[in-house]
Design a protein around this ligand. Structure first.
Ligand SMILES: Cc1ncc(COP(=O)(O)O)c(C=O)c1O
Length: 290
């Protein structure tokens, strides 16, 4: 058979040596007697594989110590929701996020972001058929954006950034979020210029099924709160607080028994009026009880 060359945009061709090594370890990974697909995903063998993969990537991309390397699921597309859900809560609501629209993938990302924030399309090359990156001097960035999103390589439209835009000054320090799905690991990047970098593995990294996220540590853990635990200043008023809340039609505010205090869970179906009623009640209660 003639040599086959696989030009797929992903899942893409993998180096023969990598496939051969994986095949040779398939029945017995490093003398463990198990294949990687049979071992505990929390056991020491797999933890060592994970740690090595993170260390290798940190070295290859010169990832600074204040950035975490995450291996997630959900693909690049999943990050279109995960990123806004984690970053817009850092700003007063409703937050604004800035997008540079350079093709299909940044288009998909901004469409998803509209579910969680006001989207400002700071620049777009749509009217010229996505023929390049608009000159950064023309970008209309917001002064208080939660982040600025770019797709640094538009796989479908063939538009690639060959520079890292400096958006900090205009946006009061908004982090740059970059979808690097289709060119990560093809070049040296200055990770420190970005807040979040993400990409599916199936092009330049490995097989499909894994999403790489590199995130600056200070941006972690800022998801919009779903469960809001709180404590009264005077905990002897807990019972009175709960009774008065019930009278106002505000139920189930008692905190989890392992921590005490109060907890308001505000899942998706809680209307904004419910949150407003709770806030008004808390103000009244605070006023009446000093
Ligand atoms: C730039 C870019 N972003 C996102 C995606 C979607 O990635 P996934 O299939 O991992 O969700 C792709 C897929 O080709 C892509 O090229």
């Amino acid at each position: 058979m003639n040599t086959i060359y696989n030009f797929s945009a992903g899942p893409a061709v993998l180096p023969k040596e990598v496939l051969q090594e994986a095949a040779s370890e398939m029945l017995d990974w490093h003398g463990s007697g198990m294949s990687v697909m049979e071992m505990s995903h929390r056991g020491p063998e797999f933890m060592s594989i994970l740690a090595q993969a993170q260390a290798d990537l940190r070295e290859l991309l010169h990832v600074p110590a204040n950035y975490k390397i995450l291996f997630l699921q959900g693909g690049g597309l999943g990050e279109n929701a995960i990123v806004p859900l984690n970053l817009v809560g850092r700003k007063p609501q409703p937050a604004t996020v800035d997008f540079i629209h350079t093709g299909s993938w940044s288009g998909k990302s901004l469409k998803e972001a509209k579910k969680y924030a006001n989207v400002n399309i700071a620049a777009s090359s749509e009217s010229t058929g996505f023929d390049g990156v608009p000159d950064p001097s023309s970008w209309k960035l917001s002064t208080n954006a939660a982040y600025v999103h770019l797709c640094t390589n538009e796989t479908i439209d063939g538009v690639e950034y060959h520079f890292v835009p400096d958006v900090g000054q205009q946006t009061n320090g908004a982090p740059l979020v970059a979808d690097m799905s289709s060119h990560i690991l093809s070049r040296i990047i200055d990770v420190s210029k970005y807040g979040v970098i993400f990409g599916g593995a199936q092009k330049n990294i490995g097989p499909a099924g894994l999403t790489l996220v590199i995130v600056r540590e200070d941006l972690l853990g800022t998801a919009l709160p779903m469960n809001v635990p709180f404590f009264l200043k005077d905990e002897s008023l807990n019972a009175a607080f709960l009774a008065a809340a019930k009278e106002r039609g505000l139920l189930q505010l008692k905190g989890h028994k392992s921590v005490g205090g109060m907890r308001a869970s505000i899942y998706n179906a809680m209307p904004i009026e419910g949150v407003q009623a709770l806030v008004a009640f808390m103000r009244d209660f605070a006023g009446a009880n000093g």
